[in-house]
Design a protein around this ligand. Structure first.
Ligand code: DGJ
Length: 673
């Protein structure tokens, strides 16, 4: 009798059919089904259509090429032109609570595959990864190996993904799903500003989301299949020749995180819960996210020790809790043309090293953080002059610089040892509790045999090694702002620098995209200067404060130069952040668009929310639109600014707002009575 494997989460279920000796067949992934659904084998319920194979091949967990599956294959591999087909000849399943492992062996192609699925009932996120082992004698050249394959219903109609560039991350892209294949690929060698590794799919009555936990190249496709459903594949994009498995060797894909819910907010909340579980905090628990003061836009490369001490004084006076010394502190680094790789203090700027500044900062009760960009080297550096062969290169091709820098070949043990030693010396010597870890370029000439994959693994390994040696240190993932935001690097880090664009109008949409996949407590969000350096637009301190507030809040301007009024306002925003950060960083997030371009987001739960309303463009209606607060409990009563409302009124009718001018905001506390 055919067996089925069912995993139920809280609001999500999946069902796989387990025919003897075949890959498991996808029967269902979607909103929760009742326990004990009675199922017939799929082939019993669908006759063979005309001009079709006599052996029906429905979508499986690992569809293979060349033996009757005509859709996209989960694997593209060969041994010098042979063994290019895949079909399991035997299969086995092991289930341990919410985790199932499927073992598939193909005795003909001599390949073994193990697919692990975990449906976490706290987050409702399904995590899938795949391990492939070469059981043959010759090298197996792997061109594509899906991390996961999941089904989407036939009424899936729209896919929302995110593109962008430096200073303009998370640009929303909406495509219709048709019978053509939808595909997005990234070949920039790191997660990239241009192509976030995930998407959201709208279907009738449910919304689906997936993201790849990987900080390198990636590829995803959604393909219409013969039975009217779609298959969604996601994995690492591999360059030709990148993965050659010798006899007995294996490769494991990154994890694909997939979930579904009633709408995009439910999907975001599930992702937030899953990402929160992936972070390892120093001391085992997230402490309240400290208010940052980052020196970059206030000082750039012009480090002056006395001025920075004054900045620290001014920061401490307004309530800053962590002072991060950005680029420009190390030997000879006066602009972006030189010195990456020379990770020791510039004694021209800091005659007695960084200790006096670091101790000045900690003496004021703040933490001290330091910027590094370990994976990079400038040709004009002592490191490059000593070891030109440490830069990643492709023989016969010119080394292409970006921001005047080359990429180090991180997988060389001598390179990672050098970087570990240099960073460890700083961490040992100075009271540093925070590293801002930057990566300011895409990869081009990535080795004689492509080393994109190895590069990501080596970066993760270096972070893990440093964290094991210095467990009290937090790391911020930055890549020219939001070029390395993903669920892979978050296992090693604690914050993302969301964008180098701190203009509050730009940030409203960048942060909305970010919050679809990542929780607010890891979203670096700063109050920058006005006019904003990235755009030249000017915004009030209040608008800048309200936009930065819900994330991991910080300040990135020269506090000394603020006039009295703005300095007082800044101190007020910092105090407001401290008062509300617990609710914003532990609760759920809902985002919505009111009519007429009004954008809102709410943080909290049914006991109460903090509502942010942002107007980025002028109002065109005569009256401000209503905001329906569907997350509230219709049966409870709520207080807003001393007025009592019925929950049902706020849920069904909505909250009336005063008219707002462009580039202004409201912050409203809604408290259950
Ligand atoms: C790019 C980052 O995103 C900025 O915040 C800053 O750290 C610069 N690099 C420094 O070079």
């Amino acid at each position: 009798m055919t067996q089925f494997l069912t995993l139920h989460g809280t609001a999500v279920s999946l069902i796989l059919e387990l025919p003897e000796g075949e890959a498991p067949l996808w029967r269902y992934w979607g909103r929760r089904l009742p326990d004990g659904v009675a199922l017939q084998p799929i082939r019993a319920s669908r006759p063979t259509p005309s001009f079709s194979l006599d052996f029906d091949q429905p979508l499986s967990l690992f569809p293979g090429l060349g033996v009757g599956w005509f859709g996209e294959s989960a694997l593209l591999a060969h041994r010098a032109g042979r063994d290019w087909t895949f079909q399991a000849t035997s299969s086995a399943v092991e289930q341990d609570g919410q985790t199932a492992t499927m073992w598939l062996t193909d005795d003909v192609a001599k390949i073994a595959v193990a697919i692990t699925l975990n449906l976490d009932s706290q987050s409702d996120v399904l995590t899938v990864s795949t391990t492939l082992t070469n059981l043959g004698d010759a090298i197996l050249d792997v061109q594509w190996l899906a991390a996961g394959v999941v089904p989407l219903p036939g009424d899936a109609c729209e896919v929302h993904s995110f593109g962008g560039r430096h200073n303009d991350e998370f640009v929303p892209i909406t495509d219709q799903l048709t019978r053509s294949t939808w595909r997005r690929e990234n070949r920039r060698g790191l997660t990239s500003h241009a192509c976030f590794p995930g998407a959201i799919v709208a279907a009738a009555g449910a919304t689906y989301g997936a993201q790849l936990a990987w900080s390198g190249n990636h590829r995803q496709s959604i393909e219409w299949i013969d039975d009217g459903r779609f298959q969604w594949q996601m994995g690492e994009w591999l360059a030709p020749g990148e993965i050659w498995l010798a006899a007995g060797e294996s490769i494991t894909t990154p994890e694909m995180l997939a979930t579904c819910g009633i709408d995009a907010n439910a999907v975001a909340q599930n992702f937030h819960s899953a990402i929160r579980q992936r972070i390892t905090w120093p001391g085992g628990k997230m402490k309240p996210r400290p208010v940052h003061l980052n020196t970059w836009e206030g000082f750039y490369f012009n480090h002056d020790e006395a001025a920075l001490m004054e900045l620290a004084d001014a920061g401490a006076a307004v309530g800053i809790e962590r002072f991060v010394l950005d680029d420009g502190w190390f030997a000879g680094r006066n602009d972006d043309t030189s010195s990456l790789g020379d990770w020791w203090t510039d004694t021209a700027k800091y005659p007695n090293g960084l200790r006096p500044l670091a101790e000045h900062v900690t003496g004021l009760g703040m933490e001290f953080g330091l910027w590094v960009e370990p994976e990079m080297v400038n040709p004009d550096s002592a490191l490059y002059r000593a070891h030109p062969d440490w830069a990643l290169a492709t023989p016969g091709r010119p080394g292409i610089t970006a921001r005047n820098q080359l990429v180090l070949d991180m997988a060389k043990p001598e390179v990672s040892d050098y970087l570990f030693d240099k960073i460890a010396a700083l961490l040992k010597d100075l009271p540093i509790t925070y590293l801002k870890w930057d990566h300011n370029r895409d990869l081009t000439t990535a080795g004689a045999q492509p080393r994109y994959h190895k590069q990501v693994e080596a970066a993760y390994a270096l972070m893990a090694r440093l964290r094991a040696a210095f467990p009290h240190v937090e790391i911020e993932a930055c890549a020219g702002g939001g070029g390395r935001i993903d669920a892979g690097i978050i296992r090693h880090t604690h914050r993302f620098w969301t964008s180098d664009n701190i203009d509050a109008v730009s940030r409203v949409s960048i942060q909305r995209g970010f919050l679809q996949f990542m929780p607010p407590e890891v979203m670096g969000s700063h109050i920058g200067a006005s006019p904003a350096h990235a755009t030249g637009r000017s915004q009030s301190m209040d608008f800048r404060g309200a936009v930065a507030l819900p994330g991991h809040f910080g300040v990135e301007l020269d506090v000394r130069k603020l006039d009295e009024r703005d300095r007082t306002k800044l101190a007020e925003w910092i105090a407001t952040y401290k008062a509300h950060r617990d609710r914003m960083h532990h609760g759920k997030v809902w985002q919505g668009d009111g009519d007429d371009g009004l954008l809102w987001q709410a943080h909290g739960d049914a006991d109460g929310i903090l509502l942010f309303v942002y107007r980025v463009a002028p109002q065109s209606h005569r009256h401000a639109p209503l905001v329906r607060l569907s997350m509230l409990d219709p049966k409870r009563r709520y207080g807003i600014d001393g007025i009592e409302y019925g929950g049902a009124w706020l849920v069904q009718h909505g909250l009336s707002l005063p008219p707002l001018k462009a580039e202004t905001s409201l912050m409203i506390e809604v408290t259950a009575l």
